[in-house]
Design a protein around this ligand. Structure first.
Ligand code: GRF
Length: 217
């Protein structure tokens, strides 16, 4: 098995990064976490990646000011130097130009802690609570120029509890994030995702029949 070489891009805590690293430690996993890149030098996730023996790089966006293309050229240089073929965004807090996104079209995943297309952007859990939804969750999707949009690879749902704050809901959703991101990356690395009319069709995977009803009465 030739394992795909993955770069994970982070800006902070890196718990999704850690979930991907743990999955890729399994011998049958079709992808290798070859590089972790952060735009923030003291991102907490970098220490975990280093401790796991994974190459890390810091590409600070600040010296580039408003010149996003120049920042992306520096980032692309690091990706090329490490022979990266797929990118996972995991709490990476920078927006890309359309040119960079197009260059990685079909090869760059993101995770967002809501059931997209609901609640894109900042404070998705606050948005969910204000909307009063009974079910929330997380979405792994291909990156397109529009933020928190793009063909959906996988979603996982959790119940919203009456007493939830944004923090307690975030913690419940994070548990499902850590489950679905490694599964979604596996599908991509195994070339099992076909995009048809903007929808991801997954070879050899069926949708379950069970319904998820909230509240339980
Ligand atoms: C996660 O909730 C992810 O869905 C969002 O940013 C958060 C990053 O958390 N894009 P972590 O750095 O993976 O712990």
């Amino acid at each position: 098995m030739i394992r795909k070489r993955i770069a994970i891009l982070i800006s902070g805590r890196g718990s999704n990064m850690a979930a991907l690293i743990a999955a890729a430690e399994q011998p049958d996993y079709p992808a290798e976490i070859a590089l972790v890149v952060s735009n923030v030098a003291d991102a907490a996730g970098l220490a975990h990646a280093r401790q796991k023996g994974i190459a890390t790089a810091i590409v600070d966006h600040r010296p580039f000011g408003k010149d996003r293309a120049a920042f992306e050229a520096a980032l692309q240089g690091v990706l090329d130097a490490n022979a990266i073929t797929l990118i996972c965004l995991a709490g990476f807090m920078r927006l890309f130009t359309a040119a960079f996104v197009q260059r990685w079209q079909g090869r760059m995943l993101n995770i967002h802690p809501s059931l997209l297309p609901s609640f894109p952007g900042l404070d998705p859990h606050g948005q969910a609570l204000r909307a009063g939804v009974k079910v929330s969750g997380a979405t792994v999707h291909f990156v397109i120029p529009e933020t928190d949009a793009g063909p959906i690879v996988m979603q996982g749902a959790v119940a919203v509890h009456d007493g939830d704050s944004a923090e307690t809901l975030a913690a419940r959703v994070l548990g499902i994030e850590h489950r679905i991101y490694p599964l979604a990356l596996r599908l991509l690395a195994e070339d099992r995702i076909r995009i048809v009319d903007g929808r991801c069709l997954i070879d050899g995977a069926a949708a379950p029949d069970e319904a998820f009803v909230v509240p339980k009465v």
